[in-house]
Design a protein around this ligand. Structure first.
Ligand code: IVH
Length: 706
């Protein structure tokens, strides 16, 4: 029976069957949980199944199901919090994406109420705060509990945490006996930035956006942690009441304000569609200066008697809608189209863009999905972008919504070069030396070569732990592979979180692996912890950035001294900017290297991964060298022959850090020739030109005087 088998012993067939069984039992447990009955499965068993599912998926990524339980988030309240059933369901809002949608919403409301379409109807308009909703219940003026939305029926009891939020009063004067206030918990941009800085100092993971930070902070099991987090709360609605708060939405919101709640200052009344849309447009313009995230506007019928006549559909009220802001857009130049080989063999085209800021994030890559998408066709042969194809050199419109990967929305044909050519997927594969094929009916090209696919994730990890990089005792290429296949370490940061993630189960599994015992696990953790303190140049090299070898890593370290200075410079180095000019101005750094080293810092996902990693480390700054006393400052040095005590890259970086210029050929301008073993024609030429020549030891004693 596959369900009793250790994950590492499963055959592919058994793994497939076990994933199907787990999807089934986890799905059922979720339904039981949310139905009338209380849970049929305890939390530990539920979590155990979920973990087993993840472990199998890590071992057999290709078997991951489209309905994988790993992708189902948020349904079950987090362990550790009590559960509370809402006395009135917490619903969500219908969406409008255009002025036409809003017009339809208003027309529907009027029709339902039998109001003349031309007659004015008083509405409210307010920002849709991008946070998480919370219901706070007061009885006789005292806060009794605070509950997250959960699935709308049952949420998590976060009372102790809510009590630490300054905007949420703990007691009210002259309030209805029963009052449930609903609103949004959120975090301002400034508080978010400060929190992430603290996280970095504490070696904790930074949050990816203010919404996640607010959610993570509210759902802390330790309320004292929540207290230290700067959460805010805007009240905009209510649940159970023992007496009404007013006769209109506006009156009720004002009453909440009088009771001591914060309400949003951008709340207004509107009589017509034109007013709603004008307010929407104005807030959209002000959006980036508000200091907190909003993702649209919410319109509500103002008269509460009309609201109750309108009532609800299954999950949304008829009397309100959310008018979403469009995904953020920007135009930029498409520099190149690369083909990425996925772990499953899918060959995916990726747009390399001239970096541009979209919604506050620098974007330099975007997905192009597949060959048809580039050609302007959908999977059924219909037109997308009115049939416009995408070519290298085109001006393209990039968009991103929320956290999703940037996409290309449109092409500006008026800026297309006359000599531009249609992108040829097959030719590009050939040029890259990638063997691929595309089956009829399949939108995707797939790798068809006979060589096994290089597993990029493993390669990245192997490089990361290599001798010149992190060089972790007990974690070499072989162990990395073992750990990777068990899903224990899939990315560099996971090396440093391994100890905290490792439970007794994994320790036992590890002790059974060849060459491991309980003691060696402890040695491994010690080895890892020892390397948390790492020299800046080793870290830069370990990142495995294309073109950045050891020598270049040292150059960068000597130039920027601290990790923060390096990161800031890379984030800012957008072609043609001042920081870009400063970067290519470094001796030995050309445009190709500059582009390559800055690229990961200008891609929001990769940057986040790097920051998460660095948050686990203590980076030792490079030593600041005073070149004024350097005997080789300003001198042109040539290395030739084989050096035995350092690599060519190292010696070059060291010479440069001392203010010397390293050249590849001997000429009258050469000041010093360093001749290693087997030096040939260059040494001969130096003698002819009378150039000062040293052997390797001579060179070392010269520079070590410093
Ligand atoms: S009114 C019956 N007003 O948006 C629904 N919701 O997409 C009452 N939200 O779950 C909600 N700002 O978490 C309302 N000014 C606002 C809002 C708002 C944000 C959230 C809320 C809701 C979600 C629906």
């Amino acid at each position: 029976m596959p369900q009793n088998q250790p994950v590492s012993h499963l055959t592919e067939k058994q793994a497939r069957a076990e994933l199907a069984r787990l999807a089934d039992v986890l799905g059922k447990a979720n339904i039981d949980y949310h139905g009338e009955d209380l849970p049929t499965v305890d939390d530990a068993a539920f979590d155990g199944w979920k973990r087993r599912n993840q472990e199998i998926e890590a071992l057999f990524p290709a078997l991951k199901r489209v309905d994988s339980p790993s992708d189902q988030v948020g349904a079950r309240p987090k362990d550790g919090f009590g559960k509370i059933r809402h006395s009135q369901r917490m619903l969500s809002l219908g969406n409008a994406f255009s002025a036409d949608d809003v017009q339809e919403f208003v027309a529907r409301v009027k029709k339902f109420l039998s109001i003349d379409p031309d007659q004015a109807l008083r509405m409210t308009a307010e920002p849709k705060i991008d946070g998480l909703s919370l219901a706070v219940r007061y009885e006789e003026g005292r806060l009794v509990h605070a509950v997250t939305r959960g699935d709308g029926e049952v949420g998590e009891d976060v009372t102790a945490n809510a009590k630490t939020v300054a905007d949420i009063p703990q007691s009210l004067i002259d309030a209805p006996d029963i009052l449930e206030v609903r609103g949004e918990v959120y975090m301002t941009h400034a508080d978010f930035a400060a929190l992430n800085e603290t996280q970095a100092q504490l070696r904790q993971k930074p949050f990816s956006n203010p919404r996640n930070a607010a959610a993570g902070s509210l759902r802390q099991l330790d309320a004292e942690i929540t207290r230290a987090r700067p959460l805010r709360f805007y009240a905009y609605a209510w649940g159970e009441l023992s007496e009404p708060l007013g006769v209109t939405q506006s009156e009720a919101v004002m009453r909440l304000q009088d009771l001591g709640f914060s309400t949003n200052p951008l709340f207004i009344n509107c009589e017509t569609l034109t007013e709603l849309i004008a307010h929407y447009a104005q807030i959209e313009r002000e959006r980036s200066d508000l200091g907190y995230d909003i993702d649209g506007m919410v319109y509500k019928v103002d008269d509460l008697a009309l609201q109750s006549r309108l009532g609800f559909r299954a999950t949304t009220p008829r009397w309100a809608t959310a008018h979403k802001f469009p995904a953020e857009l920007a135009w930029t130049e498409l520099l190149d189209i690369d083909i990425q080989v996925g772990r499953t063999g899918a060959l995916s085209p990726v747009a390399r863009l001239n970096p541009i800021t979209v919604g506050g994030v620098v974007v330099s890559n975007a997905t192009l999905h597949n060959e048809d998408y580039i050609a302007g066709r959908d999977s059924k042969g219909g037109k997308i972008r009115s049939g416009k194809d995408i070519r290298i050199g085109d001006w393209v419109q990039v968009y991103r919504a929320g956290d999703v990967i940037p996409k290309i929305a449109d092409v500006d044909l008026s800026r297309r070069f006359a000599e531009s050519v249609v992108f040829d997927f097959a030719a590009k594969l050939k040029q890259e030396g990638i063997e691929g094929s595309r089956d009829p009916g399949d939108a995707v090209w797939r790798y068809s070569g006979s060589e096994p696919l290089p597993d990029l994730a493993i390669e990245t990890l192997r490089h990361f732990v290599s001798r010149q990089a992190f060089d972790i005792e007990g974690l070499g290429a072989k162990q990395i592979e073992q750990f990777y296949h068990r899903g224990w370490i899939c990315t560099p940061v996971e090396i440093f979180t391994l100890e905290t993630r490792f439970g007794p189960d994994q320790l036992q599994q590890l002790s059974k692996l060849e060459g491991w015992g309980i003691k060696s696990a402890k040695n491994l953790f010690d080895g890892i912890n020892e390397k948390r303190r790492i020299a800046l140049h080793r870290l830069i090299f370990a990142l495995g950035i294309r073109h950045v070898g050891e020598g270049a890593a040292k150059l960068f370290a000597n130039r920027f001294i601290t990790w923060q200075a390096f990161e800031d410079a890379m984030c800012a180095a957008i072609p043609d900017s001042e920081p870009w000019a400063a970067l290519v101005d470094i001796d030995g750094i050309g445009a190709v290297m500059a582009k390559s080293v800055a690229a990961p810092f200008q891609d929001s996902e990769r940057l986040l991964a790097i920051r998460n990693l660095v948050a686990q480390l203590d980076v030792i700054p490079a030593e600041q060298i005073d070149t004024s006393s350097s005997p080789v400052a300003g001198k042109t040095v040539v290395f030739t022959g084989t050096l035995e005590k350092m690599t060519r890259a190292e010696s070059k970086a060291r010479a440069e850090s001392l203010g010397a210029k390293v050249s590849g050929s001997v000429s009258a301008k050469t000041d010093i020739l360093v001749a290693g073993l087997g030096a040939g024609s260059k040494a001969k030429k130096a003698v002819e030109l009378g150039i000062f020549t040293l052997d390797e030891d001579g060179w070392i004693s010269l520079i070590e005087e410093l």
